[in-house]
Write a protein that binds this ligand. Structure first.
Ligand code: NAD
Ligand code: GLY
Length: 362
C-alpha cells in the first residue's frame, strides 16, 4: 500500500492506494469519530462492494446505515442529493456522523456535498471505485451537483478525512469507464508533468489492460500531482484551475448532451484536443504536439472529436457559463507547450472561434 498526504494544515488527510484495502478495518476506523455512519453508493457499485464495506465497518457501538442511489451522471442533481438528506434525517444522524462515499466521481461529489451541507458540515470518507475518482475527484474537496444549465454549478469545497483507493475494485469496471478515467490521468502529464506524459505514451496499453504495476504507478503519480496542486491552491485562486485543462470545452459537450452522451472523461478527452488545437492556433504548440495529444488519448480508447449535433454557437453559449468566467471574461486553460499549461483570459478570440468552427458538428 502507498500512502500519500494532502497537506492542508489541520484539514490534512491521507490517500491510501493499494489492493484489498476494502477489507482493512483500521484504515476506515481511524477516520471515524462518532458512532453512526451512512454509506452512500450507487446501483452498480452497491451489489459489488457494499456488503464488504459494511462488514469492514461493523463494530460494537457503531450503527451502519446504507443508501443506494441510481447510478450515472444524469442523476447527479439536487433531486437525487435530497435522498441523502432524507436518509440522514429519517435515521436521525447527528453532527458527529460520518458519510462514506462508495463509488465513482458522481457518488463522491454528491456525498461530499451532502456532507458539506448536512447540519452545516459533517465528516466524510471517500472510497473511490473508478480510475477517474481514484486519480482525481476523490482528492481535493470539490463537491457538488449539476444543473440543467451547467455542469457542477452547485457545490462547495469540503475536504474528506481520508481517501481509500482500492485498486482491486477497478477489475469490475467496464472498458469504456477505464478509458474515461485514463483521460484525467493523461491530463496530469499534459498540464504539468512531461516525464509522466512520456511514460504514459510508452505504457498506455498496460494501463488499458489494468496491469497492476502500471496501474499502481499511474494512480500514485496522478494523486501526487493532484495533492501538490491542491495543497498550493485549495480554493482555486490560481494554479488549481490548471486541473481544468480540457474541461471548459468538455463541460459544454456534457451539458449540450444533457449529461447522457459522452462520459465526463470522454468529454474531457475531446476538450483537451480542442485546447491543444487552440494552443497551436496561438502559435504555442506545433502541429506534431497536437497530433501527439490526440494519439495518446486515442491509444487509451478515448474519443478525440466532438459528437454530432453541437454547433460553434452552442459551444460559445455554454462555455460562457463556465465557473472560470471572471468579470464577464472567459478564461481558458491552454498549453504553452506539452507539460506546461497556463490559464489565460487574454487569448486572441479569433483562435477560439477557429477551433470551435473546426470542431463543431452542427
Ligand atoms: P461515475 O461515478 O458515474 O462512475 C462511472 C460508472 O461506473 C457508473 O455507472 C458507476 O456506477 C460505475 N462504477 C463505478 N465503480 C465501479 C466498479 N468498481 N465496477 C463497476 N462499475 C463501477 O463516474 P466517474 O467517471 O467515476 O466520475 C465522473 C464524475 O466525477 C463527474 O460528475 C465529474 O464531474 C466528477 N469529477 C469531479 C472532480 C472533483 O474534483 N470533484 C474531478 C473530476 C471529475
Ligand atoms: N478536477 C479539478 C479540480 O479538482 O480542481
Amino acid at each position: 500500500m502507498q500512502t500519500l498526504n494532502v497537506n492542508l494544515g489541520d484539514r490534512s488527510y491521507p490517500i491510501y492506494i493499494g489492493q484489498r484495502l476494502l477489507e482493512q478495518s483500521t484504515l476506515l476506523s481511524e477516520a471515524i469519530k462518532g458512532n453512526t455512519v451512512l454509506i452512500v453508493s450507487d446501483s452498480n457499485v452497491a451489489p459489488l462492494y457494499l456488503q464488504q464495506v459494511e462488514e469492514t465497518l461493523a463494530a460494537e457501538n457503531r450503527r451502519i446505515d446504507s443508501l443506494v442511489l441510481p447510478a450515472g451522471e444524469k442523476n447527479k442533481n439536487l433531486t437525487t442529493l435530497n435522498l441523502v438528506f432524507d436518509a440522514l434525517l429519517e435515521k436521525r444522524h447527528a453532527r458527529d456522523t460520518t458519510l462514506v462515499a462508495l463509488g465513482g466521481g458522481v457518488i463522491g461529489d454528491m456525498t461530499g456535498y451532502a456532507a458539506a451541507s448536512y447540519q452545516r458540515g459533517v465528516s466524510f470518507i471517500q472510497i473511490p471505485t473508478t480510475i477517474l475518482s481514484q486519480v482525481d475527484s476523490s482528492v481535493g474537496g470539490k463537491t457538488g451537483v449539476n444543473h440543467a444549465l451547467g455542469k457542477n454549478m452547485i457545490g462547495a469545497f469540503h475536504q474528506p478525512v481520508a481517501v481509500l483507493a482500492d485498486t482491486d475494485t477497478l477489475n469490475t469496471l467496464p472498458q469504456r469507464e477505464i478509458a474515461a478515467g485514463l483521460a484525467e490521468v493523461i491530463k496530469y502529464g499534459l498540464l504539468g508533468d512531461i516525464e509522466f506524459l512520456e511514460w504514459l505514451e510508452n505504457n498506455i496499453v498496460d494501463l488499458v489492460d489494468l496491469q497492476p504495476a502500471a496501474l499502481a504507478y499511474g494512480i500514485e503519480r496522478s494523486c501526487q500531482n493532484k495533492a501538490r496542486i491542491v495543497a498550493e491552491d485549495e480554493r482555486e485562486g490560481g494554479k488549481r484551475a490548471l486541473l481544468n485543462l480540457g474541461h471548459t470545452f468538455g463541460h459544454a459537450i456534457e451539458t449540450a448532451q444533457s449529461y447522457s452522451g459522452l462520459l465526463h472523461g470522454e468529454a474531457v478527452s475531446v476538450g483537451m484536443v480542442m485546447a491543444a488545437d487552440m494552443s497551436h492556433r496561438l502559435g504555442w504548440l506545433s502541429s506534431a504536439d497536437v497530433q501527439r495529444t490526440r494519439s495518446v488519448l486515442a491509444a487509451a480508447g478515448l474519443p478525440t472529436a466532438v459528437p454530432d449535433g453541437i454547433s460553434a454557437a452552442q459551444f460559445a453559449e455554454l462555455m460562457g457559463h463556465d465557473k472560470k468566467v471572471l468579470a464577464g471574461k472567459l478564461r481558458l486553460v491552454l498549453l504553452r507547450q506539452l507539460g506546461d499549461a497556463v490559464i489565460s483570459a487574454d487569448f486572441d478570440p479569433a483562435a477560439l472561434e477557429a477551433t470551435l468552427q473546426a470542431f463543431a458538428t452542427a
